[in-house]
Design a protein. Structure first.
Length: 202
């Protein structure tokens, strides 16, 4: 999952928004009890990592990765995560009564309030700019910007932006998948049993 989904899960589980944002950046073993980042943020990072593992193992996430073949398959998980943020933003009203713009602003402020500036040696992302980034996922252009940002972070040059075309072409499948995936992830981090599948309800 990418930033919007991670922040949605942080909000629903009442865990650290800053920790969810830093989960991909902070490397190595982390002990929330002793971390210089502070227990709340460090615990959010631990939850972020658990979410990523659970998402990768989710059958619907696996099905979406199967849409990408050949040499693109190596980066399919990244594209799927960003595509799910796009799907979440487009279907936001199904998941939150609070408008996306208000959510993005509130969570951006929360990130700044929790941000471990002294430990990291830098300030949190600017509230307004980060909120615009989150709301930008409603548009395909927001998804391509996110993919371009990932390209810059990769060690070897990879052209990820054209893979957004596959997400757009399969948008309905992404939008059908995002709800069950988020529900299962939220249940897992709240230590609730998974929801029964449709076949089990019959």
């Amino acid at each position: 999952m990418n930033w919007l989904a991670h922040l949605w899960l942080a909000d629903k589980s009442q865990t650290s928004a800053a920790g969810q944002l830093l989960g991909d950046e902070i490397k190595g073993r982390i002990d929330p009890a002793t971390s210089p980042l502070g227990q709340t943020v460090a615990n959010g990072i631990v939850i972020h990592r658990r979410i990523d593992r659970l998402a990768d193992d989710h059958p619907l996430h696996r099905d979406l990765r199967g849409l990408f073949a050949g040499r693109c398959r190596r980066y399919a998980g990244i594209v799927v995560d960003i595509g799910l943020d796009h799907a979440l933003a487009r279907t936001w009203r199904a998941f939150n009564a609070e408008p996306l713009e208000a959510f993005a602003t509130r969570l951006s402020v929360q990130v700044g309030q929790e941000w471990p500036t002294a430990a990291l040696g830098r300030e949190a992302p600017a509230h307004a700019r980060f909120a615009r980034l989150l709301t930008g996922y409603t548009q395909a252009s927001g998804m391509t910007r996110a993919l371009a940002h990932v390209e810059q972070r990769l060690r070897r040059p990879v052209d990820l932006v054209p893979l957004a075309d596959t997400v757009i072409a399969q948008r309905a499948q992404f939008e059908r998948a995002v709800g069950p995936i988020l529900d299962d992830l939220l249940r897992a981090i709240e230590n609730r049993p998974p929801a029964p599948r449709v076949a089990e309800r019959q």
